[in-house]
Design a binder for this molecule. Structure first.
Ligand code: ZN
Length: 406
């Protein structure tokens, strides 16, 4: 079988130590930084990584393709594990209203908020929504992100949510193999006005639709917005039990506005991730630390809305697996540059360099159930992100500058 050798990287951050420690309690050595590095791999897996001068002779005696990577830096593939990128319309006016002092209630009263995006989405055809979603995924990829999770949830009727889950499935096929798309079902995003309760909406739309899509086997995950006046403990339990019948992994929007014990509920179901976690208190942190559930933080959302941030340092110190994602969406974070978001967040969160890179590679992949990528070690999948930069330090140093090589 033929294989490839990438030679002479300025630096490769393998995250070998982070991989060995399952992405928790990391210190600087866990970055696994190698200068003047080479990587050998075939189409399935990584075969060797180390200093270029130490390439084993056996490899050099066989047939291979050699590519010079001088002046370039390599990290495990960057993963955006939380986006809502299928929607119509935009909410630029709401951002301006908020800047000019309007409250959440005033924005909602003027027709803003998630129902605004629902109308914008309802107004577009399947092919228009696919075209927009494809362009957005490519824009995210341009910054070096190779795997993108995409949630449904702006249709909010049986028919439109069914269509959106299929749009994400189409997106997966259109973009493969350049971009790996994870299809997450999130019809439980908000309760449409015509339903008297979240229970009614779950019963009439969300659960029957999950059964239909579950039988079609196009979903990779389910998700739900667990929050006061959105979806309750009972709704989460009903969704998760139904998803488990279809063998679909679980994710959850948890503790964003209030400490609803969402993180604890997520860990009870072995959810892949609990996301947001701004209001999670100590009992939630301990539950996360003692589970496989990844804490996915979305710092762009707090910055965009001018709100506080999750207590990342307390989570990291407790031994929680922490990921960072963009939360790209029309209302609360319209930013497709995950590396910029993470670069700005690291000092806010008091994260060290390896915690930052692990949060957007290894732990982000694990938050999607992808256990065979996220580090550059023998046997894992050859999924990489490359930057044109003299060192890894330069990538996070220049906010918003795109160093990625596509
Ligand atoms: Zn979200």
């Amino acid at each position: 079988m033929s294989f490839k050798i990438f030679r002479n990287f300025s630096e490769v951050a393998t995250l070998a130590g982070a991989h060995h420690k399952d992405g928790r309690r990391l210190n600087h050595d866990d970055l696994g930084l190698i200068k003047n590095a080479a990587i050998i791999f075939d189409s399935e897996k990584i075969l060797w990584v180390g200093e270029d001068k130490n390439i084993p002779v056996d490899f050099l005696e066989k047939d291979f393709i050699e590519i010079d990577m001088s002046g370039k830096v390599c990290v495990p593939e960057v993963v955006d594990s939380h986006t809502h990128l299928v929607f119509g319309g935009d909410r630029a006016h709401e951002y301006a209203m908020r800047m000019n002092g309007a409250s959440y209630e005033e924005i909602a009263a003027s027709g803003g908020g998630i129902l605004n995006s629902m109308q914008g989405t309802q107004a577009l055809t399947r092919s228009d929504l696919l075209r927009l979603a494809t362009a957005r995924a490519k824009a995210i990829k341009a910054y070096g992100v190779g795997t993108i999770e995409v949630k449904s949830g702006y249709g909010l009727t049986f028919e439109k949510e069914y269509e959106i889950s299929h749009i994400i499935h189409d997106l997966k096929n259109v973009l493969r193999p350049d971009i790996q798309i994870i299809n997450t079902f999130m019809a439980a995003h908000a309760v449409p006005k015509k339903f008297s309760s979240s229970y009614e909406y779950m019963k009439d739309v969300v659960l029957p639709l999950l059964d239909k899509l579950g039988e079609e086997k196009i979903l990779d995950c389910v998700d739900i917005f667990h929050e006061q006046n959105y979806f309750s403990d009972e709704d989460v339990i009903a969704l998760f039990e139904r998803a488990q019948r279809h063998n679909i992994p679980l994710k959850m929007h948890a503790d964003e506005f209030n400490d609803n014990k969402g993180a604890i509920l997520a860990t009870k179901f072995d959810a892949l991730s609990a996301d947001h976690l701004l209001a999670t208190t100590q009992d939630g942190l301990w539950a996360l630390a003692n589970s496989k559930t990844v804490a996915t933080l979305l710092p762009g959302t707090g910055l965009f809305l001018g709100k506080p941030q999750a207590n990342a340092r307390a989570m990291l110190d407790a031994g929680v697996k922490v990921a960072i994602a963009s939360d790209f969406n029309p209302g609360s974070c319209h930013c497709d540059n995950l590396i910029m978001i993470a670069s700005i967040a690291a000092p806010l969160y008091k994260m060290n360099q390896v915690e930052l890179w692990c949060a957007i590679t290894l732990n982000a992949a694990n938050a999607l159930g992808l256990r065979s990528q996220g580090a550059i070690v023998e046997g894992l999948k050859p999924r990489f992100t490359f930057f044109q930069a003299p060192s890894l330090d330069h990538v996070t140093y220049s906010w918003g500058k795109n160093h990625a090589i596509n």
